[in-house]
Write a protein that binds this ligand. Structure first.
Ligand SMILES: Cc1cc2nc3c(=O)[nH]c(=O)nc-3n(C[C@H](O)[C@H](O)[C@H](O)COP(=O)(O)OP(=O)(O)OC[C@H]3O[C@@H](n4cnc5c(N)ncnc54)[C@H](O)[C@@H]3O)c2cc1C
Length: 409
């Protein structure tokens, strides 16, 4: 055992991974967590027998870092079928596998979202990205995703009918202003692996990391109010002196670097007697006038998401709807238009407004030398905002901060 006192602030993915790495090196770290549970931005609630992920999110099986820390078999991953169901005012149709083999066969559905020329470009893009190393992606010149797609010559039709709703739901912003590096990274991950959720909800990702810890103490309901050198000031007035600190939180207030900015999302859950999609696919709403961006019947992906046999529907709204008082009714009306099923049949379960969902990062990275996690002597930083807004990055950042502490740098 190494008896250095190491404190990690935050029990999200980055903090849990930091603890795993420190344990491997013989340390007994302590995690201080403001909330009463682990997981940070990855949590699953159980409400009336339904599993509700706090915000629709998926694990991409091609993420390199998850293979270091997660036993995917144990998570009983349930995969989405590649592709999407496109909801347009004039038609609803499924596009199968556009990111893997766009040239395979002649799909009538594809002609609804783009031209043959778009298909060829998609094929070329996928081929190029499969050959491009992740580190090369994150050091390539960057532009906005929209500019990038325009430059590649994709038609307005495929951008509006596929890329825009798909990536708005991933980037959680409506203008595709997110860096092309993130687009390339996510697109590569979708093309090389599967989108999936653990059978019993995304919270299982954090839970599995937590269960791997043997010598880490977690103090819940413990908010850190400030840091002075290696002294941790708690909100209750107490002070802790640590040998080393890893600050694995979402915001930079404690670091004195100012608050990071975030994209937000509103996630609503409804139940219905039966799914109107009927397959494990994400539904995309292309019409800008709708509030709904994307929708998924979680029970089509994993039946464990509902205990009463009803279909559990997750709806994501990327537009800012904070001011709307009757949001649930409006969304139920939109669902009626999209599905032809009466609004009153959609039973609202819960709405989550996640104001700090994804950090807005100017200089996206995949990795950094561990020395760069140092804030000042004995204090290191972790968190997705250090690299890019993904589970993969949160894990990498936690590992790097731990490596720095272990190396004494
Ligand atoms: C709606 C949504 C959708 C997403 N979709 C995806 C997706 O599909 N795929 C993907 O890869 N990623 C997705 N992400 C991103 C992914 O969830 C995050 O990158 C990851 O969870 C971040 O982990 P973290 O440890 O960096 O931060 P956090 O999870 O934010 O953890 C920080 C922890 O620190 C604690 N804390 C904060 N301040 C203090 C304090 N002062 N004192 C003590 N404790 C404190 C917090 O309570 C929290 O537990 C999504 C995120 C959201 C919210």
């Amino acid at each position: 055992m190494n008896d250095k006192s190491i404190y990690i602030i935050g029990a999200g993915i980055s903090g849990l991974v930091a603890a795993i790495e420190l344990e491997k090196a013989g340390y007994y770290p302590v995690i201080l967590e403001a909330e009463d549970r682990i997981g940070g931005r990855i949590k699953t609630d159980e409400v009336d027998g339904y599993l509700l992920d706090q915000g629709f999110q998926v694990l991409l099986t091609a993420y390199p870092e998850i293979h270091r820390y997660l036993d995917l078999d144990k998570l009983e991953l349930k995969k989405f079928k590649p592709g999407a169901v496109i909801f347009r005012p004039d038609a609803t149709f499924a596009i199968h596998d556009p990111l893997r083999n766009p040239l395979k066969g002649f799909s009538m559905a594809f002609s609804n979202i783009g031209s043959l020329w778009d298909k060829v470009k998609l094929f070329t893009l996928i081929k190029n990205l499969k050959e491009k190393q992740i580190d090369t992606i994150f050091t390539s010149p960057q532009t906005t995703t929209l500019e990038y797609l325009n430059k590649l010559g994709f038609s307005k039709k495929i951008i509006e009918n596929f890329f825009a709703p798909f990536f708005k739901g991933i980037f959680l912003e409506t203008s595709l202003a997110t860096s092309s590096r993130m687009f390339e990274f996510v697109f590569k991950m979708f093309a090389e692996g599967h989108a999936a959720v653990p059978a019993k909800g995304m919270g299982q990702v954090a839970q599995q990391l937590f269960e791997n810890l043997e010598h880490t103490q977690i103090r819940f309901n413990t908010t850190v109010a400030g840091l002075k050198k290696n002294q941790i000031e708690l909100a209750d007035g107490n002070t802790i002196t640590a040998d080393d600190i890893i600050l694995a939180t979402t915001h930079n207030k404690l670091t004195g670097q100012g608050e990071a900015e975030f994209h937000q999302v509103t996630n609503l859950y409804f139940t219905l007697q039966h799914s109107f999609i009927g397959k494990a696919m994400i539904g995309l709403v292309t019409d800008e006038k709708f509030l709904i961006n994307n929708l998924t019947f979680m029970t089509d992906v994993s039946p464990h998401y509902a205990s009463d046999g009803r279909a559990l529907l997750s709806v994501s709204v990327v537009k800012n709807v904070e001011e709307l008082e009757n949001l649930e009714e409006l969304i139920a009306l939109e669902l009626q238009v999209l599905s032809g099923i009466k609004a009153s049949y959609f039973k609202h379960v819960k709405t989550y407004t996640i104001s700090k969902a994804l950090p807005q990062i100017k200089d996206l990275k995949n990795w950094m030398p561990y020395q760069h996690t140092k804030l000042y002597d004995h204090v290191h930083l972790a968190g997705d905002y250090m690299l890019n807004g993904s589970i993969n990055a949160a894990m990498t950042s936690g590992r790097l901060a731990a490596e720095a502490v272990i190396a004494g740098d």
